[in-house]
Design a binder for this molecule. Structure first.
Ligand code: ADP
Ligand code: ZN
Ligand code: ZN
Length: 727
């Protein structure tokens, strides 16, 4: 028999290159797609992922051989490779970089797929009394007792406890380190079962409606008003539909903000729950990744990138708060976690549930198109009723730290009834700008077209768009006048005003600055959940999914930012934020009240908001989008360019524009971006708006190929953003 020439493997590298690389496969090596390999690349050795095998070699081309396989099994199973190939094509992002995002960082770097042991802690049955002043140790012991199966040391630290406290408990033999989670097969403690509410009639009906009559793929939009008990429905759904060897994925916007949600899932499913988010270290990521890859029947609660993990028995996907903008990756591989989730359910022939109190217009559109089923849940769970929302016109009212008299009075009333109030401010820091009242000078970022936010706590002025910061000054740097003052509202300023107006009440600030330290969000949540009167002041962070039963009043300091924005998504996002933050009021047994301060109380959008009927508002916004021929009625993509001058950026896009000349596709621009200069880069964009998504996709593929051939000028970068969230 004739000796055959060795066949070739096509291999993807973790580089921003829209191409694969061919290598010969030594005869003794069996390779399959998805497998990790060591290959020579240039003068180095690199880690690659096999995409295709058995390719016939072309005559006359000399290829290098693959050095070795890194495992004898594929790191990415076939399903995950298909998913990411689809995503690479849909989002026009190089396949290699897409595939590598499904690996944990350690494996991307070429480490072995072996886990290091995790340090696991459990509470012991030992009756040693703790000294009266050991509050933290006591809290830790209680916390540990609530974690079924124990907890990883890293989770304990993340929950706000310290190593010293752990050691103290261990010295008293109240807790001990074990090598692995304690098995969950033991019968469930009755008190855990008691804590689970039975579903209300409305919840039952919704849960029933979510159950697809047919097996296989189905997509449902669960529109459930804030506090309607969506989480309870997810739990119930998974309990009912998940077989003992099945895997499920629950996507959430930001896990660290809502440890309550994870705790509720753990109550139901114990150690079957695993988490995935940006605060995990490399070792934890590898451990979790291996569980998923090995097909352990886990329920994974994770943020955006969890949707790319190599599940092998995925049988259900839930996307909570599906409208949340954090599902869209803003750089590099710009995918939407929500949309990839829907495609993945399709690929796995399993159900996907998108849940929200304020669903995205995209999802409503898909309901109208018959692609998703709509399941409604329009009453609050338990004895709670929806909050009463009213507008407070502040045009001619004196304000203190942005707060009007009626708002302060309402806070006072809530506190005097022993309740809690929440004040929403849309910017962190003390004030959005420092201004000189003599010469009008305002402090701007030297690297961006934005102003510096004044942070009084650490006497700094910071740019919220790049990492620039400088010390705050007391005089105008231009004319030396001391009439140099903060203008506008930030969380710190509102916090100060509230602290002096209510000196005996704790004021708790929740924003990116106050929650940077590990565990700080947990201790804030503990304080709020104690139910004692307090005032919460914070940004968006406070709007997300929290369940504070004793918050009865929500004050929105200023709602007007989004009313007149040029971004066509601004009204949708404004309404979603306002309804979400309003939804924190009155979730317990007491009626909630929301005061929205505005200078435009006659604005139709704000007026309809008070009726609180999101479906009506969404319908209205959708018809505006249709009139404007905007997404979701059109498919949109943006070419973005960044360069050291605006001229270069515009030039690159000017060169792209003629390539977009195609029937059914409109090109808008190129124009400078909203913030034209950011971190010393000049940014411009060219928007493509198409009737037909498939056509747009094939046009983009062609343009990207063309652009890869051309040499980009020095100092210029272009990228493409499909289904952009920001325009
Ligand atoms: P959502 O996610 O829809 O905002 P949650 O699932 O957080 O709502 O539920 C809101 C509150 O109502 C939670 O405190 C939850 O424990 C409670 N709850 C949910 N379902 C029920 C029920 N059937 N009976 C009593 N309380 C419930
Ligand atoms: Zn001045
Ligand atoms: Zn800046």
């Amino acid at each position: 028999m004739e000796h055959s020439v060795p066949l070739i493997a096509r291999i993807a590298l973790n580089r921003p290159l829209r191409r694969l690389f061919d290598y010969t496969v030594p005869e003794d090596l069996k390779l399959v797609p998805g497998q990790r390999v060591k290959i020579p690349f240039g003068r180095q050795q690199a880690t690659g992922l096999v995409v295709q095998t058995g390719v016939e070699p072309l005559p006359g081309i000399n290829l290098k051989p693959v050095y070795a396989a890194m495992e004898d099994w594929p790191a990415l199973p076939e399903e995950t490779v298909s998913l990411l190939s689809w995503a690479s094509d849909y989002y026009q992002h190089p396949l290699g970089e897409c595939l590598f995002t499904a690996l944990p960082p350690a494996l991307r770097r070429g480490r072995k797929a072996e886990e290091k042991s995790v340090e696991w802690w459990v509470a012991c049955d030992h009756d040693e009394p703790l000294p009266a002043n050991a509050h933290r140790q006591k809290a830790l012991l209680e916390w540990l007792n609530q974690q079924r199966g124990g907890a990883a040391a890293s989770d304990i630290i993340r929950a706000g406890f310290t190593r010293a406290q752990l050691k103290a408990l261990s010295d008293r033999q109240l807790a001990k380190a074990v090598s692995a989670p304690v098995s969950d097969s033991e019968p469930e403690a009755p008190e855990l079962l008691e804590r689970r509410p039975t579903l209300s009639t409305a919840q039952e009906a919704a849960a029933e409606a979510l159950t697809s009559p047919r097996k296989g793929f189905s997509a449902s939009l669960l529109y459930g008003i804030t506090g309607s008990g969506k989480t309870e429905i997810y739990l119930h759904y998974l309990k009912q539909h998940l077989g003992p060897s099945d895997q499920a994925l629950v996507l959430v916007p930001e896990i660290n903000l809502t440890p309550q949600t994870v705790a509720r899932f753990r109550h139901y499913f114990g150690t079957r729950i695993v988490v995935w988010h940006s605060a995990l270290n490399d070792g934890e990521r590898l451990t979790t990744w291996l569980k998923i890859r090995e097909g352990e029947p886990v329920i994974l609660i994770g943020t955006r990138s969890a949707v790319l993990l190599p599940f092998t028995r995925l049988r259900a996907i839930i996307v909570d708060e599906e409208h949340d903008s954090s599902y869209k990756q803003g750089e590099g591989f710009r995918y939407s976690g929500r949309d990839v989730a829907v495609y993945r359910a399709h690929l796995n022939r399993c159900p996907v549930i998108l849940g929200s109190a304020t669903p995205s217009l995209e999802s409503f559109y898909n309901v109208e198109q018959g692609k998703y089923r709509l399941v409604k849940l329009e009453e609050r769970a338990g004895n709670a009723t929806p909050p009463v929302i009213s507008l407070l016109d502040i045009r001619s009212r004196p304000l203190e730290g942005g707060l009007s008299r009626p708002a302060l009075k309402a806070i006072d009333q809530a506190l005097s009834k022993g309740e809690q109030a929440l004040v929403f401010v849309n910017r962190r820091g003390f004030a959005p700008v420092m201004m000189c009242f003599d010469c009008g000078h305002m402090i701007e970022c030297p690297r961006c077209d934005t102003r510096l936010t004044y942070h009084r706590r650490d006497r700094a002025m910071r740019c919220h768009h790049c990492d620039y910061q400088t010390a705050a000054t007391e005089h105008c740097p231009k004319c030396q006048s001391d009439a140099f003052k903060p203008v506008g509202q930030g969380t710190e300023r509102t916090e100060d005003v509230l602290a002096s107006a209510f000196p005996t009440t704790p004021v708790v600030r929740v924003d990116r600055d106050s929650t940077q330290r590990k565990g700080s969000i947990q201790s804030i949540l503990n304080q709020v959940n104690s139910g004692k009167p307090c005032i919460l002041v914070g940004t968006q962070m406070l709007a997300k999914g929290h369940d504070f039963p004793n918050v009865t009043l929500v004050v929105v300091v200023n709602a007007d930012g989004g009313l007149f924005s040029v971004d066509f998504r601004a009204p949708e996002q404004l309404i979603q934020t306002l309804l979400q933050v309003s939804g924190r009021a009155g979730r317990g047994t007491k009626q909630g009240k929301v005061l929205i301060q505005t200078c435009h109380s006659d604005h139709p959008l704000l007026k309809t908001l008070c009726d609180g009927h999101y479906l009506d508002i969404a319908g209205q916004l959708l018809s505006e989008r249709e009139e404007g021929q905007l997404p979701p009625f059109r498919a949109m993509a943006i070419f973005r360019a960044e360069a050291d001058t605006m001229e270069k950026s515009l030039q690159v896009l000017d060169a792209i524009k003629p390539l977009t000349n195609f029937p059914g596709i409109e090109a808008w621009g190129p124009l400078p971006a909203l913030i034209a200069r950011r971190a010393d880069k000049y940014r411009a964009q060219l928007i493509l708006n198409a009737r037909n998504r498939k056509r747009l996709n094939s046009l983009l593929t062609g343009i990207c190929q063309e652009l890869d051939q051309r040499k980009p000028g020095s100092g210029v970068k272009w990228m493409i953003d499909v289904d952009p969230q920001e325009t």
